[in-house]
Write a protein that binds this ligand. Structure first.
Ligand code: NAD
Length: 262
């Protein structure tokens, strides 16, 4: 294990559970001070599970019950980071919601605005408020989705994930001169509460994955750890699918299967 993260700080949003909790735990294990931001209430068992997973590193875990879509949340966080005076080397804009997954003509304006506000504006605010605090060598990763690379019926969610890729590219251009990298990770189907909460969808999603299994949250977090750290020092403005082959083969894999070819 390198000592790269010792004495350094990182912010992870949506960190109480799922993929956010995985990358928070991995960063803690690497020695980072992790600001874990999530809007779940303090009594939610996810927070206790995250603290337990932090184990001997729990003293370096700051749990912050904050909504990413509220500008004040980021102001509060920026003040804490400035006061702590540790270099902020990582930001993972991971918090996301699906909303009711309605199509364009069925989605309400309220659903549209809520999903975009959390998934897209939350990441914008994170970069807008924290990038000025980040030193050369820092890395920002935004969590998009394979549905930010392909068409998907859930209009607000898919649009928010496509837009996150645009935001990442704009930020990567602006921040390159400061030595700050910005990338997008596009997970495919990840076995977390986000899809477990919809049993029919959970079942149907199994049929589009050439690798024939969903990702674990840790499998996504391993890629995040690479993108946050120095071994990816020349990677910026990239969209990296971590999807078991969904975007490359998700259309023809089920067809090949039905024809008995693969
Ligand atoms: P999850 O629902 O388990 O985790 C999302 C976390 O974000 C939760 O802890 C939730 O409380 C938090 N959150 C939501 N809105 C917030 C807000 N406004 N402020 C602060 N925290 C907020 O799901 P997950 O799979 O771990 O999702 C992580 C990211 O990965 C999301 O952006 C999601 O869209 C994306 N993603 C998930 C999948 C999948 O199959 N699970 C696939 C592609 C992309």
């Amino acid at each position: 294990m390198s000592d790269y993260w010792q004495g350094k700080a990182a912010v992870v949003t949506g960190a109480a559970r799922g993929q956010g909790a995985s990358i928070a735990r991995m960063l803690l294990q690497q020695g980072a001070h992790v600001y874990a931001m999530d809007w779940l209430g303090a009594a939610d068992p996810a927070w206790a599970a995250l603290r337990a997973a932090a184990g001997e590193h729990a003293a370096k875990l700051s749990c912050l019950e904050l909504d990413v879509s509220a500008p004040e949340s980021w102001d509060t966080l920026a003040q804490q980071i400035t006061a702590a005076a540790e270099p902020l080397l990582g930001l993972v804009n991971n918090a996301g919601i699906t909303g009711p997954r309605n199509t364009v003509t069925k989605a309400s304006l309220q659903e549209w605005e809520r999903v975009l506000r959390v998934n897209l504006t939350g990441a914008f605010l994170g970069i807008n408020r924290l990038a000025p605090l980040m030193p050369k060598g820092a890395s920002i990763v935004n969590i998009s989705s394979t549905v930010g690379m392909t068409g998907y019926y859930s209009a607000a969610y898919s649009t928010s994930k496509w837009a996150l890729r645009g935001l990442s590219k704009s930020a990567s251009i602006e921040l390159a001169a400061a030595g700050i990298r910005v990338n997008c990770v596009c997970p495919g189907v990840v076995d977390t509460e986000m899809i477990r909460s919809n049993a029919a969808l959970y079942q149907a999603l199994q049929s589009i994955i050439p690798m024939q299994q969903m990702a674990s949250a840790d499998q996504i977090a391993e890629v995040l750890l690479f993108l946050l750290g120095p071994t990816s020092s020349y990677v910026t403005g990239a969209d990296i699918a971590v999807d078991g082959g969904v975007t490359s083969g998700g259309t023809y894999w089920p067809i090949g299967r039905s024809l008995g070819v693969v």
